[in-house]
Design a binder for this molecule. Sequence first.
Ligand code: B12
Length: 215
Amino acid sequence: MTDEVQYRRYFDALLAGEREVCHAMFAEWLNAGIELRWLYEQRVRRSLYEIGELWERGRVSVAVEHLATAITESLLTMTYPRLFARPRVGRSAVVTCVANEYHQIGGKMVADLFELHGWRGYFLGANAPLDDVLKLVEEKRPDAVGLSVTVTFGLDTMLRTARAIRAAFPTVPILVGGQALRWGGRERIEQILQARCLLSLDELDTWIERGVGDV
Ligand code: B12
């Protein structure tokens, strides 16, 4: 079966809410040793973006989108044995969605990628209140903070969050990512925030490989 045919089969099962088929295909990919980053981008992200387009055009209902999202979130936990297999490197990252941001799958992938590199990836999930994020950063003293923002109307909150983190923790690298940044402004944001915008797991991978402090 070609790669494209496999993707289509997976996508159709996801859209039909066939959890068993999705689970079996995902297990097969994991057992075959397919790179996690590729699986996350080419299967998970691609399928959810496609569902988003169908939903935007009124071709699928909110219920179908919710079903596909719920299945996807359950599949992501299947990667855990792979994530924690690498030796720990004594570094950590706090990763969170900003306040009022309910899209949490991208942020979770980011935390997973840190784990895959032997870091500890503390993932706070959706809609994290700023004060609590600051408290956790204070407590964990991570080597990086990752902020995820998807909705365009969340950009101001992201800016406020990053500024507050920068004020309280002047040296911690701040990484910002998510679809809200897709439409440009990257350099301006980096300048304003003294942060690094990273738009994909590949970019994050390169950042981690290069070592901490490259902001
Ligand atoms: C599922 C979904 C939801 C679910 C989310 C549930 C959950 N558990 O996460 C729910 C139902 C909550 C939801 C709600 C809404 N949604 Co919605 N949703 C989606 C959908 C279909 C998939 C999201 C997803 O998981 N994508 C897959 C992940 C893996 O992709 P990603 O987030 O981009 O992450 C990747 C990169 O961006 C990057 N990344 C992300 N964060 C970070 C952080 C760092 C530090 C780094 C390095 C990298 C990084 O890494 C990931 C891997 O590459 C998208 C479609 C789409 N295009 O994504 C719409 C979409 C995002 N939603 C949209 C909208 C409009 C909404 C609502 C406003 C709808 C409404 N009227 O209520 C609300 C907003 C709620 C809120 N305040 O946040 C629009 C956003 C438009 C915009 N530009 O603002 C989209 C694009 C749909 C569309 N085509 O119009 N949604």
